[in-house]
Design a protein around this ligand. Sequence first.
Ligand code: AMP
Length: 191
Amino acid sequence: MTEQTFSELGLPEPLLQAVSDLGYEAPSAIQAAAIPPAMEGRDLVGLSETGSGKTAAFGIAGLTRVDPENRDVQMLVVCPTRELAVQVCGEIQRLAAKLHGLKTATIYGGAPIDRQIRALKHGAQVVVGTPGRLIDLVKRNALDLSRVQTAVLDEADRMLDMGFAEDMESILKLLPEEHQTLFFSATMNRS
Ligand code: AMP
């Protein structure tokens, strides 16, 4: 943890309330380093292991830029596995507890697609998912990524190891020209 407080990072009140309700007393190192520039809309590369608080780092920063009154998909988090997608979406939901009207959808393969299509139809502003199923839903016209403002590639090194490079590239091509990319990896040079 750092000496700073979440309030010094400039978080809006609903997010300060949520981190306090979650019992987070101070930002972790990655949160203190990443949240202020990411809130400004800058692109970032974060090198961080699981357990460093990286999910809340990109979750908090991304949520400050989402408008709950607009039903477009505004934040996209791409994860290597279903387990991680579920975990990340759960944390984002907890962080968004005080953001009224904000909806999320978790999108992953190996599960019935109809429920995921319904969740998207209800207007999720934050979508967390695995690459193949995200692309599948775009092809079915059930997912529109053309209004995404913040794209997060979580555990990007693992996605590359798992052979998702092409899918990741296809997804990034669907985003509008003006968007922010937050790239998280445990290491830059895994051999
Ligand atoms: P992660 O690195 O995102 O997998 O997070 C590891 C764990 O730390 C998760 O269970 C989070 O809920 C928790 N966590 C994240 N940020 C903080 C914080 N600032 N203070 C205490 N716990 C935190």
